[in-house]
Design a protein around this ligand. Structure first.
Ligand code: C2G
Length: 132
């Protein structure tokens, strides 16, 4: 069984997220999503999600491509996650291109960056809805 993992906040879930998850799942048989906790978002990513962790988790768990949702609460957990969850492939959108190449050296996982879906982002949604 080929195990794939990806990380993110997935706030205000939109089709760009779905396209990423769909392509990530197509790279294996089992997709794990490490979902940024509210504390990690605030303390380390300087962003506040509209939906709290439990709601974002509920939405992700309803997606056919997602097999397991785990918390992301540190930048440093990835190496251990690769081993703990016996990951074969790490996937991120290409806005992160190059940032996680160390995972291949450290753990041997394949590191794949997928093109982002253009024209959509959580920030754009908030802006277009005149939310702050
Ligand atoms: N994404 C995409 N296309 C978009 C928007 C997002 O492919 N139009 C991808 C991002 O590249 C990312 C994933 O969807 O791979 C989740 O996006 P975010 O929730 O914005 O993730 P981010 O805040 O970048 O967190 O440790 C890694 C971080 O947790 C990543």
């Amino acid at each position: 069984m080929k195990r794939v993992i990806t990380y993110g906040t997935f706030d205000l879930l939109h089709y760009g997220h779905i396209e990423l998850l769909k392509r990530a799942k197509a790279l294996g048989d089992y997709l794990i999503v490490a979902l940024s906790t509210d504390e990690f978002n605030w303390d380390d990513k300087q962003k506040k999600a509209y939906f709290p962790y439990e709601k974002r988790k509920q939405l992700l768990e309803a997606i056919r491509y997602v097999d397991l949702v785990i918390p992301e609460n540190s930048w440093d957990q990835k190496d251990n996650d690769m081993k703990l969850y016996q990951v074969d492939t790490f996937v991120m959108g290409d806005d992160w291109k190059g940032k996680f190449d160390f995972l291949h050296e450290d753990t041997g996982v394949d590191v794949i960056y997928l093109p982002r879906t253009p024209e959509i982002s959580t920030t754009k949604i908030k802006h277009d809805l005149n939310m702050n």
